[in-house]
Design a protein around this ligand. Structure first.
Ligand code: CP3
Length: 354
């Protein structure tokens, strides 16, 4: 007898499952499930930059596993960060606690392209490969490990701005002001994402997510011209039969169809677009991931439960649904509430297609 697909992989493939069995479960995991909302994370993480924690294989494994144990989620996501490849080739990027990625010398001109050499994952990020291998050995078959990378646009926005931004002013000035240089930058960042994702897949990651968190800052015409070809290159380069390719960004309601056309097999949806509407915006056969508003999880339980049920109701038993938040877990959230969300999705979610 062949092993049934784990719920995550079944849902990503859009296959129906039998109600009341593991195979019919609506899988659930949370973006940023590892992190400061967990007391055990705060106890173990220690001071210092997250890049050091990521480079510590034993620690990175444990931090990846903490939310799997605590929440009973249907996937693990590698404890890492989207700036790891750029940092590993020496671009000079760090992650400041409470702020996010900061760059000492931001990308300003063609001369800066030389600071973006290709990533040799085995040599530059051996700890990522080792962490993936160790996790795959440890995790049960029904809890696949998701690998990930930052999409070229979102990583570019950090390298160009030098820190998190609300306006993307320098990024947009570069893409519109020097289109040739923009595409060269994006091409190098696509290569970084490809090398990193391939190394994670080769080491045993069973699904990958491309985080284009800030793509929603763009209108559809700029997204199509300045971003889509590069994200498509990433998906084309890493696609393998049976490997879910998840694509996610915030505030991307107007971009869902375009982002799916980059080659995603699963589209992440933030909380602003109801799931039934999101389904109309992506081609048939593309699964959806989302989309509970993370901030609603701070409300009393009955309100949280109503919001969870609304997401499930809008999905209406469609087999291609991976339950998630519309963006990452907020540090203020109570882990008990998230554990109850998982229980509720497992108890009431349907993936039978009726
Ligand atoms: O649990 C997981 O999801 C796994 C690991 C993960 C981290 N970063 C660890 C992390 C993942 C998938 C990411 C991706 C990431 N990093 C994204 C895309 C996802 C998204 O939120 O849209 C982005 C934009 C980044 C860049 C980044 N790194 C930001 C904006 C921050 C927050 C700064 C802060 O301290 O609030 C980080 C830091 C970071 N990356 C933390 C974690 C757990 C915060 C806590 C810490 O430093 O220990």
């Amino acid at each position: 007898m062949t092993e049934p697909l784990p719920p995550l992989l079944r849902a990503c493939a859009g296959l129906p499952g039998e109600p009341g069995t593991l195979s019919g479960r609506v899988p659930v995991w949370f973006m940023r499930q590892a992190g400061r909302s967990l007391p055990e994370y705060r106890a173990l993480r220690g001071e210092g930059t997250i890049l050091d924690a990521i480079a510590n294989v034993e620690l990175a494994c444990e931090l990846t596993l903490q939310p799997v144990r605590r929440y009973g989620v249907d996937a693990a996501i590698l404890y890492s960060d989207i700036v790891v490849p750029a940092a590993a080739i020496g671009f000079g990027v760090d992650v400041a606690p409470g702020t996010g990625p900061v760059v000492e010398h931001p990308f300003r001109s063609a001369a800066d392209l030389q600071r973006l050499r290709p990533l040799e994952a085995d040599l530059d990020t051996p700890y990522v490969v080792d962490t993936v291998r160790a996790l795959v050995a440890e995790l049960p078959d029904e809890v696949p490990l998701i690998g990930f990378a930052g999409a070229p646009f979102t990583v570019a926005s950090y390298l160009v701005e030098g820190r998190p931004t609300r306006t993307w002013l320098r990024t947009k000035a570069l893409m519109h002001g020097d289109e040739a240089l923009w595409h060269q930058l994006m091409d190098r960042l696509a290569d970084l994402a490809i090398a990193s994702l391939r190394s994670q897949i080769d080491a045993g990651a069973r699904a990958v997510q491309l985080f284009d968190s800030w793509a929603g800052a763009l209108n559809p015409q700029d997204y199509a011209r300045f971003v889509l070809p590069h994200s498509r290159k990433v998906f084309d380069a890493v696609a393998r039969p049976g490997l879910p390719l998840i694509h996610f960004g915030v505030d991307t309601g107007e971009l869902l169809g375009l982002m799916a056309s980059a080659g995603a097999t699963v589209m992440g949806v933030d909380w602003r677009v109801p799931l039934d509407e999101a389904r109309r915006r992506v081609p048939d056969g593309v699964a959806l991931q989302g989309n509970l508003d993370p901030a609603v999880c701070a409300a009393p339980w009955e309100a949280v439960a109503a919001a969870v049920r609304d997401v499930l109701r809008r999905n209406a038993g469609h087999p291609g649904h991976v339950f998630n938040l519309g963006h990452g877990v907020l540090p203020e959230l109570d882990p008990e509430v998230l554990a109850r969300v998982v229980e509720l999705v497992h108890a009431e979610g349907r993936a039978d297609g009726t």
